[in-house]
Design a protein around this ligand. Structure first.
Ligand SMILES: CC(C)(COP(=O)(O)OP(=O)(O)OC[C@H]1O[C@@H](n2cnc3c(N)ncnc32)[C@H](O)[C@@H]1OP(=O)(O)O)[C@@H](O)C(=O)NCCC(=O)NCCS
Length: 177
């Protein structure tokens, strides 16, 4: 464990670096129902029961975790949604510390379970989560049926689209049409 790295609650001042680090390491094309955006980060910060932490090397944000007490319609389930560590700082136990501090905060607030979803090919994330006490609960396969008449042109009503963008589920740069 690297003791020179401080783990502190995320504040507004960390937003820019968190956003940039996420853009650097997340591949959101793998899970097309997620998108990394300022809105996604800001909504976490804005939530009164957020569990968001950053790992700091002096003033540099070298890792973060974004968790919340909100998981779909389950009142007593929490969600550890995003975690990242800067590539040059990986392998030093920083993510483990972030998972633990976030989980402890969510359990202390009354969560009975914490959910996280890991894409099959993300072996680092899978190993991190399983060695941190997460156990597989369900396997969901994302099946996609392309529209043969308009393969890349799926119509979404404007209100549904706006809501998805607001919730960080749809990227403004790559909106479904
Ligand atoms: C996943 C990630 C956060 C791990 O960060 P990290 O600080 O390097 O992880 P740690 O050093 O705390 O490692 C903790 C455990 O995770 C596992 N792990 C981490 N990196 C691994 C790798 N490359 N391969 C296999 N297991 C790995 C190991 O079990 C490790 O425990 P050990 O060191 O006792 O063997 C980092 O690789 C990352 O930012 N990836 C890109 C973003 C991402 O995919 N996030 C998850 C989806 S939101």
């Amino acid at each position: 464990m690297d003791t020179t790295i401080a783990v502190v609650p995320m504040g507004l001042g960390h937003l820019r670096q968190v956003l940039d680090l996420g853009h650097q390491v997340f591949d959101t094309t793998i899970k097309p129902y997620t998108s990394w955006s300022l809105t996604a980060v800001a909504e976490h910060l804005d939530s009164p029961d957020n569990a968001c932490w950053v790992a700091l090397d002096s003033d540099r944000v070298v890792g973060f975790v974004l968790g919340s007490m909100e998981f779909e319609h389950r009142d007593d389930w929490a969600y550890l949604e995003w975690i990242a560590v800067a590539p040059d700082m990986q392998g030093h136990g920083i993510a483990r510390r972030l998972v633990n501090v976030c989980s402890e905060a969510l359990f202390a607030r009354g969560a009975r379970h914490i959910v996280t979803d890991v894409e099959d090919r993300n072996s680092a994330s899978a190993a991190l989560m399983t060695s941190s006490g997460f156990v597989p609960a369900a396997t969901v396969t994302l099946l996609v049926r392309p529209n043969p008449a308009a393969p890349d042109d799926v119509a979404l009503p404007p209100i549904a689209k706006r809501d998805l963008v607001r919730r960080g589920r749809l990227s403004v740069e790559h909106p479904l049409r």
